[in-house]
Each structure stands twice: as structure tokens, then as C-alpha cells.
Design a protein around this ligand. Structure first.
Ligand SMILES: [Zn+2]
Length: 476
């Protein structure tokens, strides 16, 4: 759970060497497929072709030589930054042993330490700090960031001027994408330890999360001067690149978003994108029963900048690496394609933040597609059922981690299967089950364990019910 390279890329319209299949069966080889305003466009040797969506059955991607269809997607909440150094207490400390034993936290022992501390002796206070810190570390090790946060807060309440406790609590807030709170804690830590490289390192993260790129660059440079650190080096490189590209960008702000866009993009488009996102925000806050703590950054790029920054191939659509990055070259209004890309990426933001980055990619992508409004097609269903019947259905366990390097055709099946699985979950129970799954993930549960506790189904059961659902719904 430390270095969390989350998610995969989200495919959009652009293409490599593709085939437009018309409803009458005709096939047309094209490249650079785009969908805009009800038209499917593509380049042919005879020039640019534009067809009404209504006559197009589907677009088939020919992936020969196109490489994997996924890219990594690194949520800002999950910059691969390790926790700051913990306090000095060792596992053999009697207070640590009293509180964490037999694979659990001894709540009674912990309560005893806490109440002794309120009597006031310096020794009792020190013991309570050690005990709460040990409980917090144990919870963190289990992936339960909320519980860890509770212990970190109590430890700090006993010793408000201990820098390691301030750093620890700030770190947990950063992991929860709560950058403003973290920033205040780090300011307090800075007053106590102005030369701490860890304060500078975490402050840079808070600034980056709050879209204060120049400040993030400054903090991380300072952190590097105080103590060179590979984690900081890569975060700094990324922030510098963003900062450079975005220097001349205009900025638009709405209640829940900070939007940056290239001066050459139309301001009207920026406004329309913000309106669209605000609408989506409300419905997703309802859908996911969650509201992100900070404004979400959205960057609109010309395609050239997008490719430079993300190093994504031309056929990749928008990307969410904690900031929603959307290529918009040549787009003047919010097209249906752009609207669904925005919804898809926004869903990733909600899921990442709600689960603190602890969500299997198949569920991430399944829910993002579902939230975007996508549903399985009859063709998808037929293919997936065929795979299931031949015992070639994807293993959800294999789809938990990065989809990077997956061949294109496999990735396409991964997307379809993930969507179908989420559809089947919704179909079988209440859409609320998805929220409950995310709640379980937020406490550090594995995705399969969450499925077992919420849906009473392991991965094998889920695949079976997905196949049943597809058969029932699409093939009858
Ligand atoms: Zn996606």
C-alpha cells in the first residue's frame, strides 16, 4: 500500500489503424478515429471521412504495433511517498507490547494509558504517546487510515509540540487528500523544526494537492537541499513539468474545481467544462455518498502538451492521476464524448479519494465506466459469455493491480468484464452495495475481502454471477 500506482488509462475515441463497421456490415479502414457531435470521423487515403453515428455499428481498433492500451495513473492522494520517520519507541517498549499484541490493538490497555496521561505526570504522558503511536502504526500497517488517524490525533493531543507526531498526522491527512488540514499541521511543525527535510517534503505534497505548483516546486527543492531523496526527486520533476506547461494557462474556479487551460483553448469551453463538472459533482457526491475535501484540479491541454506531459500514446483519452488531464484540441464545445470522459475521470477522483487509493483497478474502471453511463453492449456480452463458457474469463485477482503492459485486446476485455461485473453487482442488490464496498476498502480491506463481507461473494462467485447476469440480460 505504499507506492500506489493506481488505475489504468481511459480509452477515448482517437485511433491508430481502425475499422469503422457500419450497421449494414460494410467495413471501412481508417486512422485517427474521433467521435464528435454525433459524427464518427476518420482519416482514409482519400481524405477525412465523416459519418453519422446512427449508421455506425462500432469501431474496431487494430492494435498491431499500438502497444498496451493502458498507462499508469498515479492519484495525487497516493504520491509514492513513504511515511515520515516514526518516533523512537521500539517493539520491545512495554507500552507498545501492552497495546499491540496477538495481532490486534488492546483497547482496554490503551484506554488505561490514556487515562493515566490525563493525571498529568510527564512519564504517563510519554507512555500514552508511545501507546497511541503504536496503535496508530498498527492500524496504518493494516491499511486502516481512518483508525490510524484517530490514534495519531490522540497522540498529538498529549504532546502538541512533538514534530514527529505533527508529521505523522499531516501524512495521514495527505493520504486522505485533505491538503488544507495537512498544510496547517505542517506550518506548526515548521515553526518547531525549520530545517526539517520531512516538513519540506510533506509541505510540497500539500501544495501540489492544493494546486500551488510554484510553492510545491519550491518546497521540494528545499527538501532536496536539506536531504536528497529519490521520492522527492520524482515528485519534483513532475511538479516542475506541470508548472512549466501551465505557466501561461488561464485559470477558472468553481465550487469544487480548479480548472487550468491553455490560453489557446476557448474560455467558453472552459466555462462549459466547469458547468458540466459541477453538475456531475452533485450527482456523484450522491452516488458515492462522499464529498472530496479539496477542489479537484482539471487541466485542459492541447493534444501536444497532453502527449508531452502524460507520455500517453495518441489513442489514450483523458487521464486521472489525481489531477484530471483532458486533451481538448479542436474541441469547441462539450461534446458527448468529452462529457462522458469528464464523468469517467471524475468518478476515478471520487473512488480514489473515498478509498484512500485502496481500490482494485477492475472495480475502479468498472465503476468509472458505470458512473459515466456506459453499459455493456450485446456484442460485449456475447464475447464475455463465450470466454466464461470456455473458462477464459478474466481473473479479477489478476486485474487488481496495474494494467500497464497488458496487450490491447486483453485490456479491452478487462474493461468490458469490469463494467459487466459492476452492472451485475448493481443488478443483484442495491446500488448502495457499491458504496458499502468502497467503505470497506477505505478501512484497508482487500477488494475480495470487501466483496465477501458486503456481497457475500468471492471472486469466483462474482465471475459466475456476472456471466449469469449477462446471459439473462443480453442474450435471451
Ligand atoms: Zn478509467
Amino acid at each position: 500500500m505504499a507506492a500506489a500506482f493506481v488505475l489504468a488509462a481511459c480509452l477515448a475515441g482517437a485511433g491508430h489503424a481502425d475499422t469503422i463497421v457500419l450497421k449494414n456490415g460494410r467495413r471501412i479502414a481508417v486512422s485517427n478515429v474521433t467521435r464528435e457531435a454525433g459524427k464518427v470521423n476518420g482519416d482514409t487515403p482519400a481524405g477525412r471521412l465523416s459519418l453519422p453515428e446512427s449508421i455506425v455499428a462500432r469501431v474496431e481498433k487494430d492494435d498491431a504495433g499500438a502497444g498496451p492500451v493502458t498507462t499508469t495513473n498515479l492519484a495525487a492522494a497516493d504520491l509514492p511517498i513513504a511515511p515520515p520517520p516514526a518516533g523512537a519507541a521500539s517493539d520491545s517498549d512495554p507500552a507498545v507490547r501492552a497495546v499491540v499484541h496477538d495481532g490486534a490493538i488492546d483497547q482496554e490497555a490503551l484506554a488505561r494509558f490514556d487515562s493515566q496521561a490525563s493525571s498529568g505526570s510527564a512519564e504517563a504522558v510519554a507512555r500514552a504517546v508511545v501507546a497511541e503511536s503504536a496503535a496508530g502504526q498498527f492500524a496504518f500497517g493494516r491499511g486502516d487510515i481512518e483508525q490510524a488517524l484517530g490514534h495519531a490525533e490522540r497522540a498529538l493531543s498529549f504532546a502538541p509540540d512533538q514534530v514527529t507526531l505533527l508529521l505523522n498526522l499531516a501524512y495521514l491527512h495527505l493520504r486522505r487528500s485533505e491538503y488544507s488540514v495537512a498544510s496547517e499541521l505542517l506550518d506548526r511543525a515548521r515553526r518547531l523544526a525549520p530545517e526539517s527535510p520531512d516538513v519540506a517534503k510533506l509541505s510540497g505534497w500539500a501544495d501540489y494537492g492544493l494546486n500551488r505548483l510554484p510553492q510545491a516546486v519550491e518546497e521540494w527543492k528545499r527538501a532536496q537541499q536539506l536531504r536528497p531523496d529519490p521520492e522527492v526527486a520524482s515528485a519534483l520533476a513532475r511538479a516542475e513539468m506541470d508548472d512549466q506547461v501551465e505557466t501561461n494557462f488561464e485559470e477558472g474556479v468553481s465550487a469544487h474545481f480548479v480548472l487550468r487551460y491553455d490560453g489557446s483553448a476557448a474560455p467558453d469551453l472552459a466555462r462549459a467544462v466547469l458547468d458540466e463538472l459541477e453538475n456531475d459533482f452533485e450527482s456523484m457526491a450522491y452516488m458515492f455518498d462522499y464529498t472530496p475535501a479539496e477542489p479537484i484540479a482539471v487541466i485542459l491541454y492541447t493534444n501536444r502538451d497532453f502527449a508531452d506531459i502524460t507520455r500517453a500514446p495518441a489513442w489514450v483519452g483523458a487521464i486521472n492521476d489525481g489531477r484530471i488531464r483532458v486533451p481538448v484540441q479542436g474541441v469547441l464545445t462539450v461534446t458527448p464524448q468529452l462529457a462522458s470522459d469528464l464523468r469517467h475521470e471524475l468518478a476515478h477522483s471520487f473512488i480514489s479519494q473515498k478509498t484512500h487509493g485502496n481500490c482494485a483497478i477492475w472495480l475502479h474502471e468498472g465503476m468509472a465506466q458505470w458512473a459515466e453511463g456506459k453499459r455493456s453492449s450485446r456484442e460485449d456480452a456475447a464475447l464475455l459469455i463465450d470466454l466464461y463458457d470456455h473458462h477464459d474469463d478474466p481473473s479479477l485477482a489478476a486485474l487488481e493491480k496495474s494494467w500497464m503492459g497488458m496487450p490491447a485486446d486483453i485490456a479491452r476485455v478487462a474493461y468490458s468484464w469490469s463494467l459487466a461485473t459492476v452492472e451485475a453487482i448493481v443488478d443483484a442488490g442495491a446500488p448502495m452495495d457499491l458504496d458499502l464496498l468502497l467503505d470497506a476498502l477505505a478501512t484497508g480491506s482487500s477488494t475480495e475481502a470487501a466483496a465477501l463481507s458486503v456481497l457475500h461473494a468471492n471472486y469466483t462467485d462474482l465471475n459466475r454471477s456476472t456471466a449469469d447476469y449477462l446471459r439473462r440480460t443480453y442474450l435471451h
